[in-house]
Design a protein around this ligand. Sequence first.
Ligand code: 3PG
Length: 209
Amino acid sequence: MDLMERFSNAGVVPVVVLEDAGQALSTARALLAGGIDVMEITFRTDAARDAIQIVAEQCPDMLVGAGTVCSVEQCRQAAEAGARFIVSPGFDPCVVDWCLEHELTVLPGCVTPSEIMEALSRGISTVKFFPASIYGGLEAMKALSGPFVGLQFVPTGGINAANLAEYAKAPFVRAVGGSWLCSRSDIAQGRFEHITELCRQAKNILAGL
Ligand code: 3PG
């Protein structure tokens, strides 16, 4: 199964912020227990590189990628650690081209026609749409799908159990991303069962579509 199929099958991609790489494995296992086998570990903390490496090495069932990647140096670190994909909040040609040169799947953030055209010209047909709720949400993605036939979005930003269904059922949405499934406080306080519960809830919502 290719990576994009894994995204589609998962339906949701948890955006994970880890303060301590020691919590990476428990977080990954909690997500898997809830039926979600894709996770994006963000470069918002110094723990990101090690956390990715731990999950890549010790949790083979999890498709782990790096998120909030804003520089080529972070791409390098993520790739060395074993990240299978790169997610960036915006479109940085240096980041995108580095990933393509290294055959690493990349989801750049694209919210304008010009950014989308930059992605398409490089053969990228799935992009992140962030922050979705601010940039027009479903209405904006639907409008963009007019000229950009076949383009798929991974919207994030402001998505949670309450609006997951409306986003996920749109034909131009490959998967939905968000941090609601594993909050910093749940991770910090070791509430891994709550993470599993939220994942199960999300999977149930997706199953009902
Ligand atoms: C991201 O990087 O994709 C967002 O921070 C996720 O947004 P959320 O916290 O509103 O889910």
